[in-house]
Design a protein around this ligand. Structure first.
Ligand SMILES: Nc1nc2c(c(=O)[nH]1)N[C@H]1C(S)=C(S)[C@@H](COP(=O)(O)O)O[C@H]1N2
Ligand SMILES: [Mo]
Length: 306
């Protein structure tokens, strides 16, 4: 049987963001569960606004979300991932769960996704480089997967690892980063309800350049924490090393919470350019999600733990 991959779908079939918005309001007002299910969006999730300010946020066009990417495994240019990731194989795919958990195993992607009902979450993504986007993700709380694998009481952090496969990922043939790309979260951050594993965007399967088949989205942190092409979760009692922290420790810390008050050593983080807009906007503390996440950092010096 011929299975159509997302990248085989002609551009004419891809929902443009205006039609998408109309469809969303249609779904919201019609309340037709069948329609919603068919499009991959669920009515209950359409109001998943993390903050009021977000209500005024326009979605970043699908074209920009899928052609302006950081995914160094496919090249360091913004257009490289869209150009080079087209034939990347995302099936079969498995995710190893290791370390301080009661149910360590290598799970097939299908086993991870079977009990999951993807919901839509519109999140801002703010790159440390100073640009941002607003993306309608499809995903599910990372917490639901973590709870299924049952971390032990010693587990305090989760380390995530991207696939290492230089044959498929041309960027890995050069020592740009210490491959494979790794990232980490404190366990409470990983369990936070805003933290999702994304499997799609704009109601469609995740394009390879955006991290298919499974990528993290942590909306209050700089974009690089949202690791793509995940093949491993390891539960630890020590803060894991992360690819960007290893590459430039003075520039990229473990926490990397979006913080307009703590400059990157080489540039200010006070403003950002929303892709598609001309004027720069003020960057918000915790990317605007402070009401929901600030308490996790109460009492911490956010200049020291940058
Ligand atoms: N494996 C991997 N994950 C990654 C990256 C990367 O180079 N490799 N880049 C990060 C950075 S810097 C950003 S800003 C986001 C970009 O996500 P997007 O392309 O979906 O917008 O992915 C993050 N995840
Ligand atoms: Mo980034």
């Amino acid at each position: 049987m011929l299975i159509r991959r997302p990248d085989d779908i002609p551009a004419s079939e891809i929902t443009d963001e205006r039609l998408y918005l109309n469809r969303r309001s249609f779904i919201a007002t019609s309340g037709l569960l069948g329609v919603a299910a068919a499009t991959g969006a669920l009515p209950g999730c359409l109001k998943a606004s993390p903050s009021d300010e977000q209500a005024s946020d326009k979605l970043t066009p699908y074209e920009d979300v899928t052609t302006y990417n950081n995914y160094y495994e496919f090249g360091t240019g913004k257009e490289d991932p869209a150009e080079n990731a087209g034939s990347f194989r995302t099936r079969p795919w498995s995710v190893a769960v290791e370390g301080l958990v009661r149910k360590p195993a290598v799970y097939n992607l299908e086993d991870i996704l079977r009990p999951v009902r993807p919901e839509e979450r519109v999140y801002r993504l703010r790159c440390v480089e100073g640009w941002s986007m607003v993306i309608p993700w499809l995903g599910f709380p990372l917490a639901s997967l973590i709870n299924r694998v049952e971390p032990t009481s010693q587990a305090r952090y989760v380390e995530f690892t991207t696939l290492h496969d230089p044959r498929q990922m041309p960027g890995q043939r050069r020592p740009v980063l210490d491959w494979p790309y790794t990232e980490g979260l404190r366990l409470d951050e990983a369990l936070h309800p805003l933290t999702i594993l994304a499997t799609g965007l704009y109601g469609r399967p995740l394009p390879n350049q955006n991290g298919a088949p499974l990528r993290l989205v942590v909306p209050w942190k700089y974009g690089f924490k949202s690791i793509k092409g995940i093949v491993k979760l390891r539960f630890t009692d020590r803060q894991p090393a992360t690819a960007w922290n290893k590459a430039a420790p003075a520039e990229y810390g473990f926490y990397s919470n979006v913080n307009p008050e703590v400059d990157h050593p080489r540039w200010s983080q006070a403003k950002e350019r929303r892709i598609g807009e001309f004027l720069r906007r003020r960057t918000l503390m915790f990317n605007g999600y402070g009401d929901q996440v600030a308490r996790m950092y109460a009492g911490m010096d956010l200049r020291r733990f940058y």
